[in-house]
Design a protein around this ligand. Sequence first.
Ligand code: GDG
Length: 462
Amino acid sequence: MNRLVVASNRVVDPECGPGAGGLVVSVLEALRNREGLWLGWNGEIVASEEDLSISRQNFEGITLVVTPLTEADYNEYYLGFSNSSLWPVHHYRLDLAKFTQESAEGYRRVNDRFADMLHPLLKRTDLIWAHDYHLIPLGANLRERGVNNAIGFFLHIPFPPPDVLAAMPEHGWLIDALLQYDLVGFQTSVDQANFCRFVCEFLGGKMRSQDTLFAAGKTLNTGVFPVGIDVDAFISIATSPEAEVRIERLYRRGESRVNILGVDRLDYSKGLPDRLRAFKRFLELYPQHRKAATLMQIASPTREDVQAYIDIRRELEGLSGEINGEFGDFDWTPVRYIHRLVSRETLAALYRGSQVGLVTPLRDGMNLVAKEYVAAQDENDPGVLVLSRFAGAAEALEEALIVNPYDTDEVAQAIQRAITMSRDERMERHQALISRIRLGDAHSWSKKFIHALEACRCCTAA
Ligand code: GDG
């Protein structure tokens, strides 16, 4: 079996065990099965390049190779090009995108450094898997260093329509870099189609089959690999006796309340202001739920050094204050807004104790919260998932109440429909959803990608 080498922006501390998300667990599992190597940033920041060092650690047969970033790298590569240029463009938000030469150079510099670190560690038969928008050029950088291994890339975020991407300075060399991979994986067929359209319309590429392109003198394989969760691990957290105690404490179950829940990183792609406006509309349209319905919104802090994230936080705090001021009463707070990272155990209890899971991003690669919400439900009395049609998860999760997150009235009506849905219908929908989530769980996701990467080349055993 060929060794697996994974490169991602962050290497997560593997000792966080069951607290880690399904994605990390699935990558670790794949690495463990293949005595793999994982390379990336350790989350630390040092003053300058002279302070950089590489450290190696072994964990359950996996080699972790990590390095800090310099302050300039952090500002230019991470906050700059990755999160202020690529992230907004890929989420169709050209209006929020910022471009500077320094940030593009910082992005190239860090990708070059990662390639320099990885190159001497590679064996001829390694399968190499690069993750996400931070590392688009890594494969091409390795090719420049003479690496001829099978190299795959998986994009966790959406791929925008050709005209949106074409408006981004620097897009040309990024697409050229993607063409250097053997396999480029996407979350949904829409993302895959956007990429293929770009290559065909702008670069004269030709489709050879649904998943195969011919461009720049070579064949490129593409595929759809929807990311999943570790379903059983999540169910066991949500159904533990401790979870029951937590639900009692968090929701004071005895009271007849309607709990509506949102869980997101505080990111403008997640549609939080629109969600709050829809909840306000719901209170206006269905006054019978006043004093009973509460929207609990967990908005965990993220990228707080980027202006767009400071702005969205202000907007959200303003809106929740406005709704609470207008509708709230001495014994009822309509919006409970929590700007803090909460434990995975608390999250699972919140999911299980709420009648409605409100997942309404304006654009999202997949959205694992939607899948976690379904997995956490009591199968005999499940809550209802209200899901944006613009989340990647909507491509498979047809039995959710699918909504347009920009349509305030439609979301308000969906909340009402969820609350008043019969138990039979809720159970039927839940059963269908949980089967779909099981079918595409985190374990099968990494297996399918690696299998497809192996199939791209005839990899001889090490
Ligand atoms: C990117 C893509 C794609 C959230 N708040 C807390 C917390 N979370 C956990 C959730 C979930 C994860 O973070 C968020 O995953 P999402 O998929 O919803 O979104 P992104 O972070 O934007 O992830 C996305 C994903 O990559 C995977 O490919 O699905 O589209 O944008 O697991 O539970 N966890 C804890 N406390 C919190 O407060 N413990």
